[in-house]
Design a protein. Structure first.
Length: 101
């Protein structure tokens, strides 16, 4: 069974309850949460140990933190991160910071 994880980071998440798993045709897709980079590092290492094949990160991570997770997981699985088109960066910041509904 192929396993994939999308990790979202935000200080208001409770990783014990804010998560979901979708199974479909030999794949499991997990939507997981962390509150900070320390939790993200621990989770990423755990996912590698559990046989996950890829991790995608929400935009809150950015390139620097995505690279840190590649290092923490010893480059054993692909790790990507969400980005916005340059002309939409401020829109995304406004939305996720609560400045816009």
């Amino acid at each position: 069974m192929k396993k994939f994880a999308m990790i979202q980071m935000g200080e208001d998440y409770d990783p014990k309850i804010h998560n979901a798993c979708f199974s479909l045709q030999g794949r499991e897709s997990y939507n997981l949460t962390v509150r900070n980079m320390e939790e993200a590092c621990e989770l990423a290492k755990k996912l590698v140990e559990e046989g996950f094949g890829a991790i995608e990160l929400c935009g809150a991570f950015g390139e620097e933190n995505a690279r840190k997770l590649v290092e923490v997981t010893e480059n054993k699985i692909p790790i990507g991160y969400v980005v916005n088109f340059p002309e939409q960066v401020q829109m995304a910041i406004d939305f996720f910071s609560g400045n816009k509904e």
